[in-house]
Ligand binder design. Structure first.
Ligand code: URA
Length: 243
């Protein structure tokens, strides 16, 4: 990887404008791999680079890939209407990372409803977002569905065969559907239509009481990642997502 200047490294990680990044170095607020930074123009190898900015330790990531355990009561929107934004759970540099010169931060890969919990991926890699959202790629997403009414064998067969939703005559079907108990279904979908799980359950005469996404591709939500917490994705985890 090409070396970058310290100022560019700070800018790319979301620590403000180039001028603000220069100021941080000049004010002695930046450590590079634990050592005080000499000057903003110093070239740095980015592999394994760890910056410390005003006391905050920041491993260099470009691009950024992360997972978040989305709690209920937050919206997957930059401009939420009723609930706090999911982006408010992230530290400022992740929200301020520049994209093509403009501040846009990381973006959620698809959306979960306000009341849905579980695994949400975020990145500033537009190609990754595009691939993951493309119907051609068919990345499986696993949902743990708590239903209001008991699950019947007929409903499960229908979900696997396909149900027609109100915005498309083409039936949508579950890639897998496992009845865990009378009110708990493990549903795997490869599409990502608006309110898809809730609408599919409504189409078979049931209703979703609670919805939790437990996996995307081969990546499961880690048990020790608590609601509201996030962490960087490692290369192995990233590879598992697209399988
Ligand atoms: N399907 C839904 O209905 N809601 C979600 O949040 C995700 C999938």
């Amino acid at each position: 990887m090409k070396p970058v200047s310290l100022q560019d490294a700070l800018y790319s990680q979301g620590f403000g404008t180039r001028r603000q990044c220069l100021g941080l170095v000049q004010d002695g607020q930046v450590l590079v791999n634990g050592q005080p930074a000499a000057e903003a123009g110093q070239p740095l190898a980015t592999a394994g680079l760890v910056l410390t900015v005003a006391g905050q330790t920041w491993p260099y990531h470009a691009p950024a890939y992360l997972m978040l355990h989305k709690p209920a009561g937050v919206e997957c929107s930059q401009k939420p209407s009723l609930w706090p934004s999911v982006y408010s759970l992230l530290p400022a540099p992740l929200r301020q990372r520049p994209q093509k010169g403009a501040v846009s931060g990381v973006q959620a890969v698809g959306r979960l409803d306000q009341d849905t919990t579980g695994l949400l991926l975020l990145t500033d890699d537009g190609h990754f977002i595009h691939r993951m959202n493309s119907p051609r790629h068919q990345v499986p997403k696993v949902y743990e569905v708590t239903t209001c009414d008991s699950l019947t064998e007929a409903a499960i067969a229908q979900l696997l065969q396909g149900v027609v939703l109100d915005d498309d005559p083409q039936p949508v079907r579950a890639a897998a559907c496992e009845r865990v108990d009378a009110h708990h279904l493990r549903l795997t979908l490869t599409q990502g239509k608006y309110h898809q799980v809730k609408r599919m359950l409504a189409a078979v005469g049931n209703r979703v009481e609670a919805l939790h996404r437990s996996a995307v591709g081969g990546l499961c939500l880690p048990q020790d990642l608590l609601p509201g917490q996030w962490r960087w994705l490692g290369p192995d985890e990233l590879a598992r997502i697209e399988g």
